[in-house]
Write a protein that binds this ligand. Structure first.
Ligand SMILES: [Zn+2]
Length: 459
Protein backbone atom coordinates (compact mmCIF):
# COMPACT_ATOMS: atom_id res chain seq x y z
CA UNK A 1 0.00 0.00 0.00
CA UNK A 2 1.34 3.43 -0.98
CA UNK A 3 2.19 5.75 1.99
CA UNK A 4 0.06 8.93 2.17
CA UNK A 5 1.82 12.41 2.22
CA UNK A 6 -0.06 13.28 5.42
CA UNK A 7 1.92 10.62 7.26
CA UNK A 8 5.20 12.32 6.37
CA UNK A 9 3.91 15.68 7.64
CA UNK A 10 2.82 14.06 10.89
CA UNK A 11 6.27 12.54 11.52
CA UNK A 12 8.06 15.82 10.72
CA UNK A 13 5.80 17.76 13.11
CA UNK A 14 6.35 15.14 15.80
CA UNK A 15 10.15 15.28 15.31
CA UNK A 16 10.24 19.09 15.58
CA UNK A 17 8.03 18.95 18.67
CA UNK A 18 10.27 16.41 20.37
CA UNK A 19 13.49 18.31 19.60
CA UNK A 20 12.02 21.56 20.90
CA UNK A 21 10.70 19.86 24.02
CA UNK A 22 14.11 18.33 24.79
CA UNK A 23 15.93 21.63 24.22
CA UNK A 24 13.38 23.50 26.30
CA UNK A 25 13.82 21.07 29.21
CA UNK A 26 17.60 21.46 29.09
CA UNK A 27 17.89 25.22 29.05
CA UNK A 28 14.91 26.83 30.71
CA UNK A 29 13.00 26.29 33.90
CA UNK A 30 9.57 24.74 33.73
CA UNK A 31 6.84 24.44 36.31
CA UNK A 32 8.07 20.98 37.26
CA UNK A 33 11.79 21.75 37.02
CA UNK A 34 14.11 19.17 38.51
CA UNK A 35 15.67 19.82 41.89
CA UNK A 36 19.19 21.21 41.80
CA UNK A 37 21.97 19.60 43.81
CA UNK A 38 24.71 21.55 45.58
CA UNK A 39 27.46 19.48 47.18
CA UNK A 40 29.89 21.24 49.52
CA UNK A 41 32.88 19.24 50.73
CA UNK A 42 34.85 20.64 53.64
CA UNK A 43 38.33 19.17 53.55
CA UNK A 44 39.85 17.94 56.81
CA UNK A 45 36.95 19.13 58.99
CA UNK A 46 36.38 16.90 61.99
CA UNK A 47 32.76 16.77 62.97
CA UNK A 48 33.22 17.56 66.67
CA UNK A 49 34.46 21.09 65.90
CA UNK A 50 31.00 22.20 64.74
CA UNK A 51 28.29 23.40 67.13
CA UNK A 52 25.76 21.05 65.56
CA UNK A 53 28.04 18.15 66.49
CA UNK A 54 28.52 19.36 70.06
CA UNK A 55 31.43 21.82 69.93
CA UNK A 56 31.30 24.53 72.61
CA UNK A 57 32.93 27.32 70.57
CA UNK A 58 30.88 29.23 68.04
CA UNK A 59 32.68 28.13 64.89
CA UNK A 60 29.68 27.32 62.72
CA UNK A 61 26.50 29.43 63.10
CA UNK A 62 25.52 28.90 59.45
CA UNK A 63 25.98 25.14 59.47
CA UNK A 64 24.28 24.89 62.87
CA UNK A 65 21.23 26.71 61.52
CA UNK A 66 21.28 24.57 58.38
CA UNK A 67 21.53 21.40 60.50
CA UNK A 68 18.46 22.41 62.48
CA UNK A 69 16.37 22.23 59.31
CA UNK A 70 18.17 19.26 57.72
CA UNK A 71 18.94 15.60 58.24
CA UNK A 72 22.15 15.29 60.26
CA UNK A 73 24.05 12.02 60.33
CA UNK A 74 25.82 11.67 63.68
CA UNK A 75 27.87 8.58 62.80
CA UNK A 76 28.97 9.06 59.19
CA UNK A 77 32.23 7.38 58.22
CA UNK A 78 34.72 8.28 55.47
CA UNK A 79 36.02 5.54 53.22
CA UNK A 80 39.52 6.97 53.47
CA UNK A 81 41.47 9.51 55.51
CA UNK A 82 43.26 10.61 52.33
CA UNK A 83 41.74 13.47 50.33
CA UNK A 84 41.48 12.21 46.71
CA UNK A 85 40.62 8.68 47.81
CA UNK A 86 37.80 9.85 50.06
CA UNK A 87 36.45 12.27 47.46
CA UNK A 88 36.43 9.50 44.86
CA UNK A 89 34.21 7.47 47.20
CA UNK A 90 31.91 10.44 47.79
CA UNK A 91 31.65 10.98 44.02
CA UNK A 92 31.18 7.36 42.91
CA UNK A 93 29.39 5.62 45.78
CA UNK A 94 32.18 3.04 45.66
CA UNK A 95 34.68 1.82 48.22
CA UNK A 96 38.30 2.56 47.22
CA UNK A 97 39.03 -1.07 46.30
CA UNK A 98 36.28 -0.76 43.68
CA UNK A 99 36.93 2.75 42.33
CA UNK A 100 40.72 2.14 42.29
CA UNK A 101 41.92 5.60 43.36
CA UNK A 102 43.89 4.55 46.45
CA UNK A 103 46.95 6.74 46.76
CA UNK A 104 47.80 10.42 47.02
CA UNK A 105 51.42 9.92 46.01
CA UNK A 106 53.49 7.90 43.67
CA UNK A 107 52.19 8.14 40.13
CA UNK A 108 50.43 4.79 40.61
CA UNK A 109 46.88 4.00 41.77
CA UNK A 110 46.25 7.72 42.07
CA UNK A 111 43.74 8.37 39.31
CA UNK A 112 40.04 7.62 39.15
CA UNK A 113 39.67 5.51 35.98
CA UNK A 114 37.49 6.94 33.21
CA UNK A 115 35.36 3.82 33.37
CA UNK A 116 34.05 4.73 36.82
CA UNK A 117 30.75 6.60 36.87
CA UNK A 118 30.90 9.83 38.89
CA UNK A 119 27.97 11.73 40.33
CA UNK A 120 28.75 14.57 37.90
CA UNK A 121 28.61 12.18 34.93
CA UNK A 122 25.34 10.75 36.18
CA UNK A 123 23.83 14.21 36.61
CA UNK A 124 25.15 15.41 33.24
CA UNK A 125 23.64 12.37 31.50
CA UNK A 126 20.31 13.24 33.12
CA UNK A 127 20.27 16.77 31.73
CA UNK A 128 21.82 18.79 34.55
CA UNK A 129 24.37 21.55 34.05
CA UNK A 130 27.48 20.64 36.04
CA UNK A 131 30.10 22.89 37.63
CA UNK A 132 33.01 21.99 39.93
CA UNK A 133 34.97 24.55 41.99
CA UNK A 134 37.85 23.10 43.99
CA UNK A 135 40.37 24.68 46.31
CA UNK A 136 43.45 22.44 46.31
CA UNK A 137 45.58 20.13 44.24
CA UNK A 138 44.47 16.80 45.84
CA UNK A 139 41.02 17.02 44.19
CA UNK A 140 42.08 18.13 40.72
CA UNK A 141 42.19 16.72 37.20
CA UNK A 142 45.40 14.99 38.20
CA UNK A 143 43.25 12.59 40.22
CA UNK A 144 40.44 12.35 37.67
CA UNK A 145 37.89 14.01 39.95
CA UNK A 146 36.82 16.46 37.22
CA UNK A 147 34.97 13.74 35.31
CA UNK A 148 31.49 14.87 34.27
CA UNK A 149 31.91 18.59 34.96
CA UNK A 150 31.18 20.92 32.02
CA UNK A 151 32.68 23.80 34.00
CA UNK A 152 35.76 22.97 36.03
CA UNK A 153 37.71 25.49 38.08
CA UNK A 154 41.12 24.74 39.63
CA UNK A 155 42.99 27.92 38.81
CA UNK A 156 45.23 28.02 41.88
CA UNK A 157 47.66 25.60 40.25
CA UNK A 158 49.18 28.36 38.18
CA UNK A 159 50.82 29.69 41.33
CA UNK A 160 53.00 26.69 42.06
CA UNK A 161 53.45 24.32 39.19
CA UNK A 162 56.91 23.01 39.88
CA UNK A 163 56.88 21.98 43.51
CA UNK A 164 53.59 20.08 43.61
CA UNK A 165 54.95 16.79 42.30
CA UNK A 166 58.40 15.31 42.43
CA UNK A 167 59.75 13.11 39.67
CA UNK A 168 58.78 10.07 41.75
CA UNK A 169 55.23 11.34 42.14
CA UNK A 170 55.43 12.45 45.77
CA UNK A 171 52.91 15.26 46.28
CA UNK A 172 53.51 18.44 48.22
CA UNK A 173 50.33 20.53 47.99
CA UNK A 174 52.14 23.58 49.33
CA UNK A 175 50.53 26.72 47.97
CA UNK A 176 48.57 24.81 45.32
CA UNK A 177 45.45 25.81 47.20
CA UNK A 178 43.22 28.83 47.61
CA UNK A 179 41.08 30.21 50.40
CA UNK A 180 37.33 29.63 50.46
CA UNK A 181 36.41 33.23 49.56
CA UNK A 182 38.11 32.89 46.16
CA UNK A 183 36.32 29.62 45.42
CA UNK A 184 33.01 31.07 46.62
CA UNK A 185 33.31 33.99 44.24
CA UNK A 186 33.87 31.69 41.27
CA UNK A 187 30.99 29.43 42.27
CA UNK A 188 28.56 32.32 42.73
CA UNK A 189 29.25 33.64 39.24
CA UNK A 190 28.44 30.20 37.86
CA UNK A 191 25.31 29.79 40.02
CA UNK A 192 23.96 33.10 38.70
CA UNK A 193 24.54 31.91 35.14
CA UNK A 194 22.84 28.57 35.74
CA UNK A 195 20.03 29.46 38.13
CA UNK A 196 17.36 28.91 35.53
CA UNK A 197 18.28 25.37 34.61
CA UNK A 198 18.68 22.23 36.67
CA UNK A 199 22.25 21.99 37.92
CA UNK A 200 24.70 20.01 39.98
CA UNK A 201 27.45 22.10 41.57
CA UNK A 202 30.35 20.92 43.71
CA UNK A 203 32.19 23.41 45.91
CA UNK A 204 35.30 22.20 47.74
CA UNK A 205 36.92 24.21 50.56
CA UNK A 206 40.40 23.42 51.86
CA UNK A 207 41.05 26.08 54.52
CA UNK A 208 41.30 23.85 57.60
CA UNK A 209 43.69 21.42 55.92
CA UNK A 210 46.73 23.42 57.01
CA UNK A 211 47.70 26.95 58.10
CA UNK A 212 49.50 27.81 54.85
CA UNK A 213 46.74 30.21 53.75
CA UNK A 214 45.29 32.01 56.74
CA UNK A 215 41.81 33.53 57.15
CA UNK A 216 41.38 37.30 57.63
CA UNK A 217 42.52 38.75 60.95
CA UNK A 218 39.00 39.20 62.29
CA UNK A 219 38.61 35.40 62.40
CA UNK A 220 42.02 34.82 63.98
CA UNK A 221 41.21 37.41 66.67
CA UNK A 222 37.86 35.79 67.41
CA UNK A 223 39.57 32.49 68.25
CA UNK A 224 42.62 33.88 69.99
CA UNK A 225 44.67 31.04 71.57
CA UNK A 226 44.59 30.60 75.34
CA UNK A 227 48.39 30.19 75.40
CA UNK A 228 51.41 30.65 73.15
CA UNK A 229 51.93 26.89 72.95
CA UNK A 230 52.07 25.68 69.39
CA UNK A 231 49.18 23.15 69.73
CA UNK A 232 46.91 25.86 71.19
CA UNK A 233 47.81 28.25 68.41
CA UNK A 234 47.20 25.65 65.70
CA UNK A 235 43.85 24.59 67.18
CA UNK A 236 42.80 28.24 67.31
CA UNK A 237 43.75 28.74 63.66
CA UNK A 238 41.81 25.58 62.81
CA UNK A 239 38.68 26.99 64.47
CA UNK A 240 39.16 30.39 62.84
CA UNK A 241 39.36 28.69 59.45
CA UNK A 242 36.11 26.83 60.14
CA UNK A 243 34.40 30.12 60.98
CA UNK A 244 35.71 31.66 57.74
CA UNK A 245 34.32 28.74 55.69
CA UNK A 246 31.04 28.90 57.58
CA UNK A 247 30.60 32.56 56.60
CA UNK A 248 31.31 31.68 52.98
CA UNK A 249 28.64 28.98 53.11
CA UNK A 250 26.31 31.68 54.42
CA UNK A 251 27.08 33.75 51.30
CA UNK A 252 26.26 30.75 49.11
CA UNK A 253 22.96 30.16 50.91
CA UNK A 254 22.03 33.84 50.64
CA UNK A 255 22.81 33.71 46.94
CA UNK A 256 20.53 30.70 46.47
CA UNK A 257 17.79 32.68 48.21
CA UNK A 258 18.42 35.79 46.12
CA UNK A 259 18.21 33.66 42.99
CA UNK A 260 14.97 32.15 44.37
CA UNK A 261 16.29 28.61 44.06
CA UNK A 262 16.96 27.68 47.69
CA UNK A 263 13.65 25.81 47.91
CA UNK A 264 14.53 23.96 44.73
CA UNK A 265 18.04 22.92 45.75
CA UNK A 266 19.15 19.83 47.63
CA UNK A 267 22.18 20.69 49.70
CA UNK A 268 24.70 18.10 50.89
CA UNK A 269 27.54 19.19 53.18
CA UNK A 270 30.23 16.61 53.93
CA UNK A 271 33.80 16.58 55.09
CA UNK A 272 36.20 14.14 53.42
CA UNK A 273 37.98 13.17 56.66
CA UNK A 274 38.88 14.78 59.96
CA UNK A 275 42.14 15.77 61.62
CA UNK A 276 44.12 14.44 64.58
CA UNK A 277 44.75 17.81 66.32
CA UNK A 278 46.87 15.89 68.82
CA UNK A 279 44.50 13.01 69.55
CA UNK A 280 46.21 9.60 69.44
CA UNK A 281 49.48 11.56 69.35
CA UNK A 282 48.77 12.56 65.78
CA UNK A 283 48.37 16.06 64.39
CA UNK A 284 47.37 15.59 60.75
CA UNK A 285 45.34 12.90 59.06
CA UNK A 286 45.85 9.65 57.12
CA UNK A 287 45.20 7.29 60.02
CA UNK A 288 41.83 5.78 60.86
CA UNK A 289 40.76 6.71 64.40
CA UNK A 290 37.32 8.25 64.71
CA UNK A 291 38.50 11.87 64.90
CA UNK A 292 39.91 11.32 61.42
CA UNK A 293 37.14 9.36 59.71
CA UNK A 294 33.97 10.54 61.43
CA UNK A 295 32.42 13.01 59.03
CA UNK A 296 30.24 16.04 58.94
CA UNK A 297 27.25 14.87 56.90
CA UNK A 298 24.29 17.25 56.60
CA UNK A 299 21.59 16.71 54.00
CA UNK A 300 19.08 19.47 53.36
CA UNK A 301 16.03 18.33 51.42
CA UNK A 302 13.68 21.30 51.08
CA UNK A 303 10.11 20.34 51.76
CA UNK A 304 10.97 16.97 53.29
CA UNK A 305 11.77 15.82 56.81
CA UNK A 306 13.53 18.61 58.65
CA UNK A 307 15.49 18.64 61.88
CA UNK A 308 16.17 14.89 61.86
CA UNK A 309 19.18 13.31 63.60
CA UNK A 310 20.26 9.85 62.45
CA UNK A 311 22.49 8.00 64.92
CA UNK A 312 22.99 4.78 62.91
CA UNK A 313 26.25 4.23 61.08
CA UNK A 314 26.24 5.57 57.50
CA UNK A 315 29.02 6.03 54.93
CA UNK A 316 30.07 8.73 52.47
CA UNK A 317 29.40 6.15 49.70
CA UNK A 318 25.71 6.39 50.60
CA UNK A 319 25.37 9.92 49.19
CA UNK A 320 25.27 9.05 45.47
CA UNK A 321 22.69 6.24 45.83
CA UNK A 322 20.57 8.62 47.95
CA UNK A 323 20.58 11.29 45.24
CA UNK A 324 20.00 8.62 42.62
CA UNK A 325 16.82 7.56 44.42
CA UNK A 326 15.69 11.08 45.38
CA UNK A 327 15.98 12.47 41.86
CA UNK A 328 14.84 9.30 40.13
CA UNK A 329 17.88 9.56 37.87
CA UNK A 330 17.94 7.48 34.73
CA UNK A 331 20.64 4.90 34.84
CA UNK A 332 23.32 4.42 32.23
CA UNK A 333 23.75 0.74 32.92
CA UNK A 334 26.92 1.04 34.99
CA UNK A 335 25.75 2.63 38.19
CA UNK A 336 26.32 -0.17 40.65
CA UNK A 337 27.12 1.35 44.01
CA UNK A 338 28.71 -0.06 47.14
CA UNK A 339 26.66 2.50 49.05
CA UNK A 340 22.95 2.37 49.71
CA UNK A 341 20.30 5.08 49.68
CA UNK A 342 19.82 6.80 53.04
CA UNK A 343 16.14 7.46 52.52
CA UNK A 344 15.22 4.35 54.51
CA UNK A 345 17.13 5.85 57.45
CA UNK A 346 14.69 8.74 57.51
CA UNK A 347 11.68 6.49 57.95
CA UNK A 348 10.34 5.62 61.34
CA UNK A 349 11.09 1.95 60.87
CA UNK A 350 14.45 0.52 61.88
CA UNK A 351 16.82 0.29 58.91
CA UNK A 352 19.21 -2.67 58.56
CA UNK A 353 22.68 -1.94 59.99
CA UNK A 354 25.47 -1.03 57.61
CA UNK A 355 29.16 -1.91 57.51
CA UNK A 356 31.72 0.86 56.96
CA UNK A 357 35.04 0.25 55.27
CA UNK A 358 37.93 2.74 55.42
CA UNK A 359 41.52 2.61 54.27
CA UNK A 360 44.72 4.58 54.24
CA UNK A 361 47.39 3.24 51.92
CA UNK A 362 50.44 5.03 53.28
CA UNK A 363 53.34 3.09 51.84
CA UNK A 364 54.69 6.05 49.96
CA UNK A 365 54.95 8.27 53.01
CA UNK A 366 58.25 6.51 53.60
CA UNK A 367 59.57 9.35 51.48
CA UNK A 368 58.64 11.79 54.18
CA UNK A 369 59.89 11.87 57.72
CA UNK A 370 56.66 10.31 58.89
CA UNK A 371 55.52 8.18 61.81
CA UNK A 372 53.54 6.22 59.24
CA UNK A 373 56.46 4.86 57.27
CA UNK A 374 55.58 1.88 55.13
CA UNK A 375 52.30 1.28 56.89
CA UNK A 376 48.89 0.79 55.34
CA UNK A 377 45.71 0.77 57.39
CA UNK A 378 42.36 -0.89 56.83
CA UNK A 379 39.33 -0.39 59.08
CA UNK A 380 35.95 -2.04 59.24
CA UNK A 381 33.10 -1.21 61.59
CA UNK A 382 29.56 -2.38 62.22
CA UNK A 383 28.71 0.71 64.26
CA UNK A 384 29.67 -0.79 67.61
CA UNK A 385 32.86 -2.77 66.95
CA UNK A 386 35.70 -1.38 64.88
CA UNK A 387 38.80 -3.22 63.72
CA UNK A 388 41.92 -1.45 62.43
CA UNK A 389 44.38 -3.69 60.59
CA UNK A 390 47.97 -2.49 60.27
CA UNK A 391 50.02 -3.79 57.32
CA UNK A 392 53.60 -3.21 56.31
CA UNK A 393 54.20 -3.89 52.64
CA UNK A 394 52.62 -7.33 52.14
CA UNK A 395 52.49 -8.42 55.78
CA UNK A 396 50.13 -7.96 58.71
CA UNK A 397 51.65 -5.98 61.59
CA UNK A 398 48.76 -6.27 63.99
CA UNK A 399 45.18 -5.26 64.75
CA UNK A 400 43.35 -2.96 67.13
CA UNK A 401 39.76 -3.56 68.19
CA UNK A 402 37.55 -0.91 69.77
CA UNK A 403 34.07 -0.93 71.27
CA UNK A 404 32.84 2.43 69.97
CA UNK A 405 29.79 2.46 72.23
CA UNK A 406 31.74 1.98 75.46
CA UNK A 407 34.92 3.71 74.28
CA UNK A 408 34.10 6.33 71.62
CA UNK A 409 37.57 7.88 71.83
CA UNK A 410 39.27 4.52 71.11
CA UNK A 411 41.52 4.45 74.13
CA UNK A 412 41.40 0.71 74.92
CA UNK A 413 42.40 -1.94 72.41
CA UNK A 414 40.24 -5.02 72.99
CA UNK A 415 41.73 -7.26 70.31
CA UNK A 416 43.24 -9.67 72.85
CA UNK A 417 40.14 -9.69 75.04
CA UNK A 418 37.77 -10.37 72.12
CA UNK A 419 39.72 -12.33 69.50
CA UNK A 420 36.49 -13.81 68.12
CA UNK A 421 35.18 -10.31 67.23
CA UNK A 422 38.53 -9.40 65.62
CA UNK A 423 38.50 -12.62 63.59
CA UNK A 424 34.95 -12.07 62.40
CA UNK A 425 35.69 -8.48 61.25
CA UNK A 426 38.98 -9.54 59.68
CA UNK A 427 37.07 -12.24 57.81
CA UNK A 428 34.73 -9.57 56.42
CA UNK A 429 37.70 -7.54 55.24
CA UNK A 430 39.04 -10.59 53.44
CA UNK A 431 35.68 -11.18 51.76
CA UNK A 432 35.74 -7.61 50.43
CA UNK A 433 39.10 -8.36 48.80
CA UNK A 434 40.11 -4.90 49.94
CA UNK A 435 43.66 -5.63 51.10
CA UNK A 436 46.41 -4.83 48.63
CA UNK A 437 48.84 -7.72 48.49
CA UNK A 438 51.37 -5.60 46.66
CA UNK A 439 50.93 -1.95 47.66
CA UNK A 440 51.87 0.78 45.17
CA UNK A 441 55.49 1.80 44.87
CA UNK A 442 56.69 5.32 44.07
CA UNK A 443 57.36 5.17 40.38
CA UNK A 444 56.12 7.04 37.34
CA UNK A 445 56.36 5.57 33.90
CA UNK A 446 57.27 7.77 30.93
CA UNK A 447 53.65 8.03 29.78
CA UNK A 448 52.58 9.37 33.17
CA UNK A 449 55.46 11.84 33.24
CA UNK A 450 54.56 13.15 29.80
CA UNK A 451 50.91 13.56 30.79
CA UNK A 452 51.87 15.45 33.96
CA UNK A 453 54.20 17.67 31.98
CA UNK A 454 51.39 18.48 29.56
CA UNK A 455 49.22 19.49 32.52
CA UNK A 456 52.06 21.68 33.81
CA UNK A 457 52.55 19.77 37.07
CA UNK A 458 56.18 18.90 36.38
CA UNK A 459 58.78 20.29 34.02
ZN1 LIG B 1 41.13 15.89 52.56
Amino acid sequence: MKRQPLNWIFWIVLFVFLVRTINCGRGKPSSDQKMNVLLITLDTLRADHLGCYGYAKNTSPTLDALASTSIVFDHAIAQSAITPVSHASIMTGLNPYNHDLRSLHGGVSYQLPDSRLTLAELMEANGYATGGFVSAFPVTKHYGLHQGFETWDEEFQKKDQVKILSETGVVNTGTAQRTCDVTTEKAIVWLRQHAEMPFFAWIHYFDVHDPILLPPDEYLKRFYPKSRDKPDILRSVYDAEIAFMDDQINLILKELEALKIRENTILAVLSDHGEGLGDHDWWGHSILYQEQIRLVFILSLPGRREGVRVSSLVRSIDLVPTLHELLNLNTTGKNVFDGKSLLEMMDESEAPPRIAYSESINDLTAYYDSQMQNESLYAISDGRWKLILHREKSNDKGVELFDLQADPHELTDLSEKHPEVSAQLRNQLDKMQAILQDPPRPAMDEKTKERLKSLGYIK
